[in-house]
Design a protein around this ligand. Structure first.
Ligand SMILES: [Fe+2]
Ligand SMILES: [Fe+2]
Length: 229
């Protein structure tokens, strides 16, 4: 039962196409076409920049760059935190614990704390979304390649019901009388799902991995988690 790692050829070739929006100024002179009227204001494209657009454009680009750097920094910090956890299975187990801790905070709320419930559900949704993406894009495919398709399909099917709980909670609203009961059921599903992964499927899969394969899966899980953070 070996997991094969395949390298894929890069297919990301891009054509650097630049569009020029020329204004098609028409003249009333029959038979003569004037192409030297670009300085007239009536010929300006709706998308053309004014003479003083330089500083504005620079500020806008600087804002985009700062935003990108901040987001990249946040992702790098989160990835750094994950990288200290260890192998892919330890990373995923830590994420299970994180999700279950959010459930416990949700279960400690009452129906008057609607804002807190909404915030916690958003946080849980993001955590589970990132986590399931890492499993569905890396670990479950690797399981299938290692002839563990039955377990991989079962676990991926449960992810569908996890999404259904999120959908139902959003639809019922945080002040619903059955909100806590729904969260309790939801927590049970996630806890049993995590238990199956941590205690049965992942250890059985991991014991047949070479050190290199194990490191590869850890790297892929970290990379996927980075982009989903
Ligand atoms: Fe899972
Ligand atoms: Fe999981």
């Amino acid at each position: 039962m070996a997991t094969r790692t395949q390298s894929r050829p890069s297919t990301s070739s891009r054509n650097g196409q630049s569009r020029s929006s020329s204004s098609g100024g028409k003249t009333s002179n029959s038979g003569s076409s004037s192409s030297s009227s670009s300085s007239r204001s009536s010929d300006r494209s709706a998308f053309s920049w004014g003479d003083n657009a330089g500083p504005l454009l620079g500020a806008a680009l600087a804002g985009v760059a700062i935003g990108f750097a901040a987001n990249y920094g946040r992702k790098a910090i989160m990835q750094g935190m994950e990288a200290t956890v260890g192998d892919w299975d330890a990373i995923l187990a830590a994420e299970h614990d994180l999700a279950l801790a959010i459930f416990d905070k949700m279960l400690a709320t009452d129906s008057t704390q609607t804002f807190k419930r909404k915030m916690l559900l958003m946080k849980l949704t993001h955590a589970l979304d990132k986590h399931s993406h890492q499993e569905e894009m890396v670990v479950y495919p690797a399981l299938r390649d290692a002839n563990e398709a039955v377990d991989a399909d079962h676990l991926e099917g449960e992810h569908g019901y996890i999404k259904t709980f999120i959908y139902d909670l959003n639809e019922m609203g945080p002040d619903s009388p059955s909100w806590l009961e729904k969260v309790r059921e939801f927590r049970q599903l996630v806890a049993s799902h995590a238990h199956m992964e941590e205690e049965e499927v992942f250890p059985r899969f991991k014991q047949d991995l070479s050190e290199e394969q194990n490191a590869r899966i850890t790297s892929l899980v970290n990379r996927d988690g980075f982009w989903m953070a």
